[in-house]
Design a protein around this ligand. Structure first.
Ligand code: C2E
Ligand code: MG
Ligand code: MG
Length: 708
């Protein structure tokens, strides 16, 4: 019959029991970084087992287990009452089984602790530890495995194996304590225990401090990790932003590049692009003279008029349509560009020969000339095309554009839809530029002079006047014909100062002659006026000033305006001519018969004289027909009460016929070529009678003549 061994309970037992409960509550020490708890209460349970036997040890073990479970609960770890009870039961069973086993194998543990050899004690302690570990392990492994569903081996390995060390350590300490107890005075032992407790507490605090420090270190580490995480996020954001900016930058760079090489209105490649492509093609040609391609320069006819009359927005739409048509033309290796305004360029990479290039040019002319319908409006225009063949003889794309432009200009001049460039065109263009720059300095450098060609009465052969004709002797090229440089002066506006100079020069000479050799007559001077002067508001003032300064009479000045210039600007011409007439200045229509003036206009022109063009006079040598036109002009002039001067009389026959037809005045090599000032004086000196004149051979050179 089992009875609780109450007789064995003494003061030490009570002390040990209370200590166990206290330590089980507060003083578990988990060794840092290892899953092992050292609890003083475990040591005490072993100690009670050794000193007081299995029954009392079981009691203390159950109390320890329950207290520990409750203390877990107090710390917020969820433990049910069932688990508390179960833990208590396991503690009871395992402690009691262990005590029983030790008793059975080795006899009462307190005897071994008291009088046993060290080996015996070690054996017993090991047995106690192993037995307690084994029994506890079995229960814990089974219950935890059932609860978590994990395998028995896994549970044992993870949760129990570490406990072996704990049990061995605890048993070892307990054995030491028991041995000490039996060897020393119990008071001393109590004090020792207290001291051990103190040491234990110090160690416990030390371990807690370590835990705190390591917790702080962990916290710092965690914060650092969090900060690093934040930095990574920020960095990623920054990288993302940078990538977006880079894409935007790349896009805007593309846009800029596109704008630099494309035309904004039509989005066609521009002149830059075109030139670059030409340079690439020239580089591909290298030295190979066999390889070539074609370049076309297009300029729409009368586009300015479309723009002015229909407005710029319609003009723009028209240009876009033309761009579309050019792009739509199918030809391998074709590049269409817009140079600006109404100028376009086309490269035909595969069209080496002239034939293909002209075929495409014809196609372009046909396509562009078709009417363009914009809303209600139907617009039609022509186009002039200049063609040049690009090959190894060229080194710069710009030269190809220049030459195709020159060819286009020739097409426009000749009213042909297209023209192929040849080297002479370039020479002409260069010549024009030279003339333009040269003529600017010609007056200052005294390279210009005025020659005078007499105008005579065909009946009396008296000199009635002179036509002032400008002459330019270029320092290197010699004499340059006015037919060559006057049009350049007209197109650049230089004609205005040039005419002012000629006017003053010739009026001064006339003034001198009127006082000298021609004092008994009232000769006139004819000065040629270009159409450009109709736009000069101070023309009249200037003419009056010259008349005043040179003291000639206004009626002594005759201004010649070519028929074509007068007709081109008829209304403006009429206005200015009226003002000139009102001041007594004479006006004559030059080169009459070449400008297709209508009779109605002719009537309105306030003029004094018609100058019959040389071409009609030349025809008079011909026995048939020629006279009819001249007689018609003379009759008409008479009807309008105008004087008639025939130009370019070279033969006596011409002079006689003109006189018979009623033409009053004549001018031509028969009488005199244009003369220098000195030449005029010499001529006047010898000019006496009709007989004199008839002795003058036509072909021989006259004194003072300038060879043109
Ligand atoms: P134009 O006003 O009709 O001048 C007459 C041209 O015929 C002159 O040529 C003259 O030398 C030439 N000529 C006169 N008689 C004969 C002849 O019997 N046979 C031949 N074959 N030719 C004859 P030029 O001096 O070469 O002038 C040519 C044109 O240049 C002028 O034609 C005129 O339109 C223009 N021009 C000449 N000087 C001036 C000027 O000072 N101012 C302006 N605006 N134009 C000028
Ligand atoms: Mg003239
Ligand atoms: Mg003339």
């Amino acid at each position: 019959m089992w009875a609780f061994p109450a007789g064995r309970v003494d003061g030490l037992f009570v002390f040990l029991t209370l200590s166990t409960v206290v330590f089980a509550t507060f003083s578990q020490i988990q060794l840092p970084r290892v899953k092992v708890h050292i609890t003083l209460s475990d040591i005490l349970v072993f100690l009670v087992l050794i000193l007081y036997g299995g029954e009392l040890a079981t009691l203390v073990a159950v109390m320890e287990s329950v207290t520990a479970s409750l203390s877990f609960k107090r710390r917020g770890i969820n433990i049910t009452a069932k688990t508390v009870a179960l833990n208590g039961a396991i503690a009871a069973v395992s402690t009691y089984t262990t005590a029983y086993l030790a008793q059975f194998v080795l006899g009462p543990p307190y005897l071994i602790a008291k009088a046993g050899q060290f080996t015996e004690l070690a054996l017993m302690l090991s047995l106690l530890a192993l037995a307690l570990f084994a029994v506890n392990s079995i229960f814990v492994t089974i219950f935890t495995s059932l609860k978590t569903g994990r395998s028995l081996w896994e549970v044992w390995y993870v949760y129990c194996l570490n406990g072996l060390v704990l049990y061995l350590t605890s048993a070892f300490f307990a054995g030491l304590l028991a041995k000490t107890l039996y060897s020393f005075d119990s008071l001393l032992v109590t004090l020792g225990l207290a001291a051990a407790g103190l040491v234990y507490f110090t160690f416990w605090r030390y371990v807690n401090d370590i835990k705190k420090t390591s917790a702080q270190a962990e916290q710092v580490e965690r914060e650092r990790a969090e900060q690093a995480e934040r930095h990574i996020v920020e960095l990623e954001h920054y990288v993302e932003q940078k990538e977006i900016a880079e894409v935007a930058l790349r896009e805007s760079r593309e846009e800029f590049r596109h704008a630099a090489y494309h035309d904004a209105l039509t989005d066609l490649p521009n002149r830059n692009f075109f030139r670059q492509r030409l340079n690439e093609l020239l580089a591909e040609c290298g030295e190979d003279l066999e390889r070539s391609f074609a370049v076309l320069f297009l300029d729409l006819d009368r586009f300015k008029r479309i723009n002015d009359s229909l407005g710029h927005s319609l003009g723009d739409r028209f240009l876009k349509e033309i761009a579309n048509r050019l792009t739509a033309l199918e030809h391998e290796g074709k590049l269409v560009a817009r140079f600006g305004g109404d100028e376009f360029g086309v490269i035909l990479e595969k069209a080496g020969g002239v034939d293909t290039a002209t075929e495409v040019a014809k196609e372009i002319v046909r396509s562009v000339s078709r009417p363009v319908r914009i809303g209600e409006k139907k617009i039609q225009t022509g186009v002039s095309v200049g063609i040049v063949i690009g090959d190894a003889t060229y080194s710069d794309g710009e030269d190809l554009i220049r030459d195709s432009d020159i060819a286009m200009y020739h097409a426009k001049e000749s009213s042909r839809p297209f023209e192929l460039f040849d080297k002479r065109m370039h020479e002409t263009a260069v010549n024009l530029i030279e003339i333009e720059t040269g003529v600017r300095h010609a007056i200052e450098r005294n390279e210009l002079t005025v020659n005078y060609q007499p105008i005579v009465s065909l009946s009396s052969l008296e000199i009635r006047g002179f036509e002032a004709l400008v002459r330019w002797t270029h320092p290197t090229r010699g004499p340059i014909s006015p037919a060559e440089f006057i049009p350049v002066c007209e197109s650049t506006g230089l004609i205005v100062p040039l005419t002012q100079w000629i006017l003053r020069e010739s009026c001064s000479r006339l003034s001198e002659w009127s006082l000298g050799p021609l004092s008994d007559s009232l000769p006139f001077i004819s000065v040629n006026l270009s159409g450009r002067h109709f736009a000069e508001p101070d023309l009249l003032d200037h003419v009056n000033e010259v008349i005043y300064d040179t003291r000639i009479r206004p009626s002594q000045l005759k201004l010649e305006i070519t028929e074509s210039a007068a007709m081109e600007n008829a209304d403006a011409a009429i206005k200015i001519l009226q003002q000139l007439r009102a001041h007594g200045i004479q006006v004559s229509i030059d080169d009459f018969g070449t400008g297709y003036s209508s009779l109605s206009y002719l009537q309105r022109f306030p003029i004094n004289t018609l100058k019959i063009d040389r071409s009609f006079v030349t025809e008079l040598s011909d026995e048939t027909g020629g006279g009819k036109l001249v007689s018609t002009i003379v009759a008409m002039a008479k009807a309008l009460d105008l004087d008639v001067i025939a130009e370019g009389i070279e033969t006596e026959t011409q002079a006689e016929k003109l006189r018979d037809l009623g033409c009053e005045f004549g001018q031509g090599y028969l009488f005199s070529k244009p003369l220098t000032e000195e030449g005029v004086l010499e001529l006047l000196d010898g000019w006496r009678t009709r007989e004199d004149l008839l002795r003058v051979p036509v072909v021989s050179e006259l004194p003072g003549e300038v060879k043109a």
